[in-house]
Design a protein around this ligand. Structure first.
Ligand code: PBG
Length: 328
């Protein structure tokens, strides 16, 4: 009979919902998701973000309207971004305890003890020139920036962050932040480093939302070239040596190869960040009727898990968690 029939029939393992579910190799669950959001000065503010329709700028007092439904859907981790009330050359509002991120951390930490609070550590939202560090002429000065980043991380830790997430891509920042945190008694505050962050067009909507676009030049002097996977691995593995607790890759969808290769080279947990441009790509395609939104979004995020990411950072976290609960 050989020759007339296929010896192997992979379809047998796909024939029923029961066997498909039994043999699922990876899964996306609400517990894997991290919800990023933008907090702003003032009170009573919930304002839709023009470059990110469906997402909002929140003043601290209204954050319960965002956080409580997410917690109810099973999302327990949050990533905070802030728009400061003032900017200058050094980004001095970034370590000011009265700015939105610090105030939000204090507010949420007291109110939702079950939540895990991570804060983005970078200077681009806080500098007048929009670069992720301090300038020396037209260049970002790496080592002067490290001091600022360590101080920002410390200010977030004091305000209540469980985890700080440096996204600037300076050399040595994880080590500098770890040293500063440990020296100030914050050895239990973790570091999730954006270990492999590419210089990407997909951050465009975020920069409009955060008012963080560089005033001149671009970020190619510090973010990774899209062409260079080896350089990305090298940079990411350095963050492990410097004490990172989790390595993030971004944009997630264009870095699945990096996630998969990192998975083979480190035992640290990994995360993929589905960034603002990916959110808009999915949203616009669904809005135009080109894609089934729910199926496309779930598939996209499951692929990040399949590439080896333990966690997925995504603006769609709460929606995804609700869909997953409905399907379960
Ligand atoms: C700050 C930062 C950026 C993003 C996260 N942290 C913007 C950038 O590097 O220009 C992008 C996130 C997104 O696009 O959703 N440096």
């Amino acid at each position: 009979m050989r020759g007339r029939f296929p010896v192997s029939r992979p379809r047998r393992n796909r024939l029923s919902p029961a066997v498909r579910s039994l043999l699922a190799e990876t899964a996306l669950e609400p517990r894997h998701l991290v919800l990023p959001f933008f907090t702003v000065p003032g009170s009573g503010v919930k304002r839709e973000i023009p470059s990110l329709p469906g997402l909002f700028h929140w003043s601290v007092d209204r954050l319960p309207e965002l956080v409580e439904p997410a917690l109810e859907a099973g999302v327990r981790a949050f990533l905070l971004f802030g728009l400061p009330s003032r900017k200058d050359e050094r980004g001095s509002s970034a370590d000011d305890p009265d700015q939105p991120v610090q105030r939000a951390l204090g507010f949420l930490r007291g109110r939702y003890p079950q939540a895990l609070l991570a804060s983005d550590v970078c200077l681009c939202e806080y500098t007048s020139h929009g670069h992720c560090g301090c300038l020396a002429g037209q260049e970002v000065d790496n080592d002067a920036t490290l001091e600022r980043l360590a101080s920002v991380a410390l200010s977030h830790a004091r305000a209540g962050a469980h985890v700080v997430a440096p996204s600037d891509m300076m050399d040595g920042r994880v080590g500098a932040i770890r040293y500063a945190l440990d020296g100030a008694g914050f050895s239990s505050v973790g570091i999730w480093s954006y270990a492999a962050k590419f210089a990407s067009a997909f951050y465009g909507p975020f920069r409009d939302a955060a008012g963080s676009a560089p005033e001149f030049g671009d970020r190619r002097g510090y973010q990774l070239p899209v062409s260079n996977p080896r350089e990305a691995l090298r940079d990411a593995l350095m963050d492990e040596d410097e004490g990172a607790d989790l390595l993030l890759v971004k944009p997630a969808g264009t870095s699945l190869d990096i996630a998969a290769r990192l998975r083979g080279r480190t035992e640290l947990p990994l995360g993929g960040y589905v960034v603002s441009g990916e959110y808009m790509m999915l949203r616009c395609a669904a809005g135009a009727g080109a894609l089934d939104e729910r199926r496309a979004v779930l598939e996209y995020h499951l692929a990040v898990r399949r590439a080896g990411c333990d966690v997925v950072v995504t603006y769609l976290a709460a929606e995804i968690a609700r869909w997953l609960r409905e399907e379960a």
